[in-house]
Design a protein around this ligand. Sequence first.
Ligand code: C2E
Ligand code: MG
Ligand code: MG
Ligand code: MG
Length: 287
Amino acid sequence: DAKRAGRSQVRLFDESMDESVRFRQTIEAGLREAIARRELEVVYQPIVARERLDIVGFEALLRWTSAEHGPISPSVFIPIAEESNLIHELGDWVTAEALSECLRWPHQYVSINFSPRQFRRQDFVETLAARVAASGLPPHRVQIEITETAIFDDDLRAAETLQQLRALGFRVALDDFGTGYSSLFNIRNFALDCLKIDKSFIDGLGREVESAAIVNSVTHLARSLGLGVVAEGVETETQNQALRLAGCSHLQGYYFGRPIDADATADLAGQALPADAAARSAGGIVR
Ligand code: C2E
Ligand code: MG
Ligand code: MG
Ligand code: MG
């Protein structure tokens, strides 16, 4: 019986391997066609400054609605794109969209996610700088989001790339901070503008004392290193209060606004800010 169970487990395992390989192939094949078929869209989520609750930037987030399979999450297809060369084509498309949308906004910056493979390309800085220059946007209106995987595999070259980006005037954010191996100690020599504290720590605020302790100390140390701190995934008033107390410079999450389409973003970006911000800080949620 044990033998039979063992064998069937092996078989099940093989089948699920097959299935996951097939799944990846399906996704990859679908993605190859997605741009041409106009199945992709970039949506934008507000990033809010803590003091006045005005929207200082928007993060560009890719959406894919496959004609065959319906909506597919970027956390599913981005890793698959990253393992093939597709990430470059997708990334170029997102960048072009995001830069042209940012031109419609009065002053906010656009924050674009770049995968490690994009960031490590030999021509990354040069190509990005050329695209931004051609768009007419000043580099300070473009923020580059990278994760720690992008900088730690080859940290000397990454440090140089970050220096070049800074010299050109781009902003750079370290995304998902706290989920990997980086500490404030080993990122202190990288030319970064801000850290985005991962949502998993924000989720625990008001529930576990550890999360509050982590968020408080990360924020405190980051600020003493001259880095801004963005809290991502803020969903509740309790979290908002805790983060304001902790001294996070920027906030992002459903509490302030979900990702919205390009036209809605342009409308929101164009609203008169000071009066509006006052209304929001009284009312809470941005629509
Ligand atoms: P990320 O860059 O850390 O983006 C934050 C994710 O959290 C987004 O998920 C956003 O929609 C979600 N989020 C924001 N606020 C809240 C909240 O209050 N509650 C909850 N539950 N979620 C919130 P999304 O759009 O599904 O993207 C997932 C990941 O996929 C991103 O994580 C990023 O790593 C990657 N990604 C998305 N678009 C791109 C892109 O254009 N290029 C690259 N390279 N990666 C992308
Ligand atoms: Mg991001
Ligand atoms: Mg993040
Ligand atoms: Mg994340």
